[in-house]
Design a binder for this molecule. Structure first.
Ligand code: GUN
Ligand code: ZN
Length: 481
């Protein structure tokens, strides 16, 4: 009954479109026992809370009251990360992609052949990622079936919403870290899918953890492997797919040499039936025009991994162009190509990446050209301009949900969606990295403006110490409080 609702009362930040979000004060948000948002009522003064609850038919529900300096926002969606690379965080900035894989990444991933090591490591990894406010996560495991089962088990038991995939790689790796054949790669993939699909759904019938096909990238997959992954995908249109694309120039050259009959890197994946609406393509730094068209046509999503793209010297992805084409874009930490497991770090680097693109093109294009192709005519809204707070917030939440084909379930606060949320805290307490000093900061900012200020402060200065609660499907699964 509605007595079992949990009601949150306070400030709330809610993405709406790529260019707008709501900052709402005095909001009542009701979560039903299934963990779904039942209703949201705005602008309820303190004195009207009880009357509103009565009106909504739940006078006895528990009310969680947020303080000044706390606000609710949708949880972050990390559309691309590598769980086994977390132990390598912070290393590798001297390399570019292919050397980095060979010298640092494959040696670390190989350690996960030890399932006991995998269990220990993944337990701490998933905890850590949840406490960054990531409520939905697309995980790459290693090529090992047993270790990746452990990863899925841990994600399931900790209650995070996630996609978990076992890397497919049957060539161009080191002898100590490669699958013996494309057949065994496919068999292990099928075994992981069955394992994950056998997890009991939540009491409300929702499967939070889903399998995802994970051909590491075209370089490490033979044609027979890619074509049987394509068949597997075709046999189940609901099966998600994730891979890397066009991250690094040497990678692209190598890929073209391996698939001389295909016109482009994107065409390789398309040829094998791996580009579709539930495909997540990480990086997409150096796509050509035809590839952008192809990806738009296939309705595949792009995971923007700017921290990694800077760290591994890959380049600056022209995300504005993709948004103008209507391509779905989310953010990815790409640990440990990226040196932070937090989507906050991605937001900052996505902002800077967009400014770099804008600065470069300011020199190249004259003003008239810019106006002609730009904002003045309505198309090209995002290309060559810096991303706004609204856009950054969107990419980190609802945009990621779209890339995961989950935007009808998560990414924003709308009745009927799941309550996947974080409580952010920027109160003036000792050691608070995003401290909002109520005496100094708000002398000229009040109401919604102050809330928007706090959101920006959190996005650019905050970290996990500012995340007091993390909820997935209504259930508290982490946070520092
Ligand atoms: N391409 C293939 N594998 C990887 C990986 O582990 N990280 C990144 N950033 N790119 C890749
Ligand atoms: Zn990656």
């Amino acid at each position: 009954s509605s007595t079992n609702f949990t009601i949150y009362y306070g400030s709330l930040v809610n993405p709406e479109t790529l260019t707008s979000y709501h900052a709402i004060l005095h909001c009542l948000l009701a979560v039903n026992p299934h963990g779904n948002i039942e209703w949201v009522v705005r602008d309820v003064p303190d004195s009207m809370v009880q009357a509103t609850l009565l009106e909504q038919g739940c006078p006895d529900a528990e009310v969680v009251e947020l303080k000044d300096g706390q606000f609710l926002m949708p949880g972050f969606v990390d559309t691309h990360t590598h769980a086994p690379q977390v132990p390598n965080l912070g290393s590798g900035q001297q390399y570019e992609l292919l050397e980095w894989l060979k010298n640092l990444t494959f040696p670390m991933e190989a350690k996960f052949r030890d399932t006991e090591f995998a269990r220990r490591t993944y337990q701490s990894v998933v905890h850590r990622i949840i406490n960054q406010g990531t409520t939905t996560c697309c995980y790459y495991g290693t090529l090992h079936l047993d270790a990746t089962k452990e990863l899925a088990n841990i994600v399931y038991s900790l209650g995070q919403r996630a996609f978990v995939g076992k890397c497919n790689m049957d060539r161009n790796s080191e002898d100590y870290y490669i699958e013996p054949s494309w057949q065994s790669s496919i068999n292990d993939t099928k075994a992981l899918i069955s394992h994950i699909q056998s997890f009991p759904p939540s009491p409300s019938g929702i499967s939070l953890v889903k399998p995802i096909l994970t051909p590491r990238f075209a370089i490490t997959c033979t044609s027979p492997l890619l074509s049987s992954l394509g068949e597997l995908a075709a046999s189940d249109p609901s099966l998600h797919i994730q891979t890397h694309i066009s991250e690094n120039l040497a990678e692209i050259e190598f890929t073209k040499s391996l698939f001389p009959d295909q016109e482009s890197y994107a065409a390789v994946y398309d040829h094998f039936g791996l580009l579709r609406d539930n495909t997540v393509l990480a990086h997409a730094v150096h796509l050509n025009k035809d590839e952008i068209e192809l990806i738009a046509e296939r309705k595949s999503g792009i995971s923007h991994c700017p921290t990694s793209n800077f760290n591994l010297n890959s380049g600056v992805a022209p995300i504005g162009q993709y948004l103008d084409k209507g391509i779905k874009v989310g953010l990815g930490t790409d640990v440990s190509g990226g040196f932070s497991p937090s989507i906050l770090s991605c937001i900052r680097n996505a902002s800077i990446a967009s400014k770099v693109v804008a600065m470069q093109n300011r020199g190249r294009n004259n003003h008239d050209h810019h106006l002609e192709n730009g904002n003045a005519l309505g198309h090209c809204k995002f290309a060559d301009t810096q991303l706004s707070i609204a856009t950054l917030l969107y990419l980190a939440t609802l945009g990621g949900a779209e890339v995961c084909m989950l935007s009808d379930q998560v990414g924003s606060f709308v009745p009927g969606k799941s309550f996947d949320a974080i409580i952010v805290d920027v109160r003036d307490t000792a050691g608070n990295p995003a401290m909002w000093d109520f005496k100094a900061d708000t002398h000229d900012l009040t109401g919604q403006d102050a809330l928007r200020g706090m959101l920006q402060r959190f996005l650019f200065c905050g970290d996990d110490r500012n995340i007091s609660d993390v909820f997935v499907q209504g259930r508290r699964i982490g946070g520092k409080a």
